[in-house]
Write a new protein. Structure first.
Length: 334
């Protein structure tokens, strides 16, 4: 393709986009990214803005580095749409907020099956709750535990250790107390600093946070990252139902599902960039212990009302399809 032809095609594309933007209804889209407008999550949403023009909406992107403020502004009606992590999204939809349940989605194949299921039109009723609707579920990768000292390698050795904990998340607080750790309140914007400067001994995060938030500063030279998936993190796009037509959320859910493999490539790239020497590989006995412990916490949180029973049952069904010999699949109940 010649340079002249490329310039002509680019000009045509920009012209079509400009016309679409003029005809589209303007809506505000508040995007949480710990790194703000320079961050990778915010940049991903630029593609959503272009896609939304085809659906009749011009999304004005606003970057937030404080997730609580983004959620509060959305609740107050200052944002027509918002992108939050699943824990914050639970305030608006308990079902999708339960996808991050501890140990409930063991791997990426199971995650793909679940997100494909929830992107189907027949699942739309689960996406709506009150004035809000979930318009997209984006994989962010497995949540790993990071330690500053590799000798912290069991429930016994973690007792009394200071753990950076999202204290607005009952699951995290319950988990830390269950293992005898000390809760040190943190947010997605502050936990990395506390881990890196030694204010806490333990933190947890997906691999996509490792390089951007410089978590290697806390891990090196004596720490590590456990290669065990404690949960699956998702970003979730939510909209105010009265600000979009009835088809918008379904189109957006299908759009994000169509990008699953692309988004997972980013996750796997981030995991591959963590040096091999940093990973801590638990043995079979330790892995079984983690799984049993996480199930106890899941059941407790379901009983407390933090986790949605329907979501837990869906994830159990997918787990048992992948591993029908698992002991929890005998009675088929979470």
């Amino acid at each position: 393709m010649t340079a002249c032809l490329r310039r002509a095609l680019l000009g045509l594309f920009l012209g079509v986009a400009a016309l679409a933007a003029q005809a589209a209804e303007k809506r505000s889209y508040c995007v949480f990214d710990p790194l703000g407008a320079a961050g990778p999550v915010y940049n991903l949403m630029k593609a959503t803005r272009i896609q939304a023009l085809n659906w009749g909406y011009d999304l004005e992107l606003n970057a937030y580095t404080d997730e609580k403020i983004a959620a509060d502004d959305f609740r107050a009606g200052q944002c027509d749409a918002v992108l939050l992590t699943d824990v914050r999204a639970r305030d608006f939809n308990r079902f999708t907020g339960t996808l991050v349940a501890l140990g409930a989605i063991p791997g990426y194949d199971e995650l793909k099956t679940i997100l494909q299921t929830l992107a189907q039109p027949k699942a739309a009723k689960l996406m709506a709750s009150g004035d809000y609707e979930v318009a997209g579920l984006l994989p962010a990768g497995a949540v790993y535990v990071l330690v500053r000292d590799r000798r912290v390698n069991s429930v016994q050795t973690i007792q009394g250790k200071k753990i950076a904990t999202f204290d607005y998340d009952p699951a995290a607080v319950t988990m830390v107390r269950h293992v005898g750790g000390s809760v040190v309140g943190a947010t997605p914007s502050s936990f990395a600093g506390k881990f890196n400067n030694g204010s806490v001994d333990v933190a947890y995060a997906p691999a996509i946070a490792y390089q951007p938030l410089e978590l290697y500063k806390g891990v090196e030279p004596d720490g590590g990252v456990y290669s065990y998936s404690f949960a699956q993190m998702t970003y979730q796009m939510l909209v105010r139902k009265d600000r979009f037509n009835a088809d918008f959320a379904q189109k957006a859910r299908e759009h994000y599902q169509g990008r699953f493999d692309e988004l997972m490539d980013m996750v796997r790239k981030a995991e591959a960039e963590i040096p091999a020497k940093v990973w801590i590989h638990p043995n079979q006995e330790e892995t079984a212990g983690f799984s049993n412990m996480l199930k106890e916490v899941r059941i407790a949180l379901k009983q407390d009302g933090a986790y949605d029973p329907k979501a837990l049952q869906l994830m159990l069904k997918v787990r048992c399809h992948s591993d029908p010999a698992n002991a929890e699949c005998v009675d088929g109940r979470e």
